[in-house]
Design a protein around this ligand. Structure first.
Ligand code: ADP
Ligand code: MG
Length: 399
């Protein structure tokens, strides 16, 4: 799960980490009110969307010469003018895709006199099973370019979770960022606080870009992105409450309400499968037969008819879907439950695309009978290969 910059900063502040003062705003009036509470005379108005690259982003509705999603303002009037231009408009950045994201929230924050910009992030490194802290002196808006053309300017420091954060980790970060004296000490303190926050909150990723050194020698977090392990949210109700579903794919939000693991993909064959491994194998075999999956969908082990119906409807809402392959191994989940769900959903939505179903396992015969007697044009398959060949052929036939 991702959260907005202002929410992440509020969380970090609780760990004693330095951030510039700021106020979130949903309206132009709130932006002006927020600015009035700041000392001025320099303000920054920042679009709050779940994507980076805002500074260099472009608003769809404004001309190519208009400013991006992070704007300096030298007066309250300039804050107001920027807020008016940004709210409700669509910001396109390298991370949003061409369709962009509508800006519904702003963050009005203190303008900071920047002496130097750095990059610092922490993430769960799956290869080592440890937290990796990544730092670079080349912070700011071009970190992707740095990683691509001068990777030697990026340093990775690995932290053993059994040992925890040690003073040498902080020193290594300060050394890599060429921070000495008091700034070096601030860096050591900051990296330790960040690691504590990262572990406490079950983060997946915590990125600070830029981390800045101010003209008066303070290290401050100017921009941050934070994401959390969804499987750990149950023990962080306060973090879960920060979720902004308007920033997420509507189908994925609906799926999560039914506890379904759904991820939208680019192909035309919808898949409904139980078990992540079987879902991956199903996607592979569709590809092997020359077509592409429209989604990943794992209905899980203990699905009910209601859950299966919901899953089916979510798949069918995707206009790219030209056929559906249901591949269920009935272990815990019984084949007749799945079959009932499929029949119910197919009737509810007036199924208009070919449907191939492969059932195997507990109550398989009852399941097949339910499909057979439903009067619906469902093609039955005997194994995975057979199912994939059949759905690809059906979609071709219908085209
Ligand atoms: P993004 O990464 O989405 O482009 P940032 O918050 O990193 O957004 O802002 C882009 C750039 O704007 C930063 O690299 C920094 O140079 C500048 N900036 C951001 N916030 C402030 C601030 N509070 N004061 C001064 N400059 C800022
Ligand atoms: Mg940034």
């Amino acid at each position: 799960m991702n959260i907005h910059e202002y929410q992440a900063k509020e969380l970090l502040a609780k760990y004693g980490i330095g951030i510039p003062a700021g106020h979130a705003a949903l309206t132009v009036e709130e932006a002006v009110e927020g600015a009035k509470k700041l000392p001025g005379p320099l303000y920054v108005v920042k679009a709050q969307i779940h994507a980076g690259g805002r500074g260099k982003g472009k608003f769809k509705e404004l001309g190519p010469d208009a400013k991006g999603g992070v704007r300096l303002a030298k007066s309250i009037e300039e804050v107001e003018a920027s807020a008016k231009e940004m709210l409700g408009n669509t910001l396109v950045t390298i991370q949003t895709g061409d369709e962009g994201k509508q800006v519904n929230r702003l963050y009005v924050t203190d303008g900071v006199d920047i002496a130097q910009e750095y990059y610092l992030s922490m993430l769960v490194d799956r290869a080592t099973g440890r937290v990796a802290m990544i730092v670079s002196t080349e912070g700011g808006m071009d970190i992707e370019e740095v990683a691509h053309s001068t990777p030697e300017k990026i340093t990775t420091i690995t932290i053993d979770p059994a040992q925890g954060f040690m003073p040498h980790h902080g020193r290594a970060a300060a050394f890599a960022l060429e921070l000495t004296g008091d700034l070096g000490k601030q860096c050591q303190k900051l990296t330790k606080q960040l690691y504590t926050a990262f572990m406490d909150l079950d983060c997946e990723m915590l990125e600070i870009n830029p981390l800045v050194e101010t003209d008066d020698g303070q290290l401050l977090v100017l921009d941050t992105k934070m994401s959390f392990d969804g499987n750990a949210l149950f023990r962080h109700k306060d973090v879960e409450a920060l979720r902004d579903v308007t920033e997420e794919d509507p189908a994925e939000v609906e799926a999560s309400e039914y506890d379904l693991a759904y991820i939208k993909l680019d192909g035309n064959i919808g898949c409904m499968v139980n078990g992540a491994g079987l879902a991956m194998a199903t996607m592979d075999i569709i590809k092997l037969n020359g077509a592409f999956p429209a989604n990943f969908l794992d209905v899980g082990g203990g699905a009910t008819t209601e859950k299966v119906t919901a899953a089916f409807k979510i798949i069918l809402k995707d206009p790219a879907v030209e056929g559906i392959l249901v591949n269920i191994f009935g272990g815990i989940m019984k084949c007749d439950v799945i079959a009932n769900g499929i029949v119910q959903a197919a009737k509810d939505v007036n199924l208009s695309v070919p449907l191939v179903v492969r059932l195997e396992g507990t109550n398989v015969q009852q399941g097949k009978d339910i499909l057979e007697n439903s009067g619906l044009p469902i093609v039955s398959a005997d194994d995975l290969g057979d199912a994939a060949r059949k759905i690809v052929a059906e979609v071709k036939k219908a085209a």
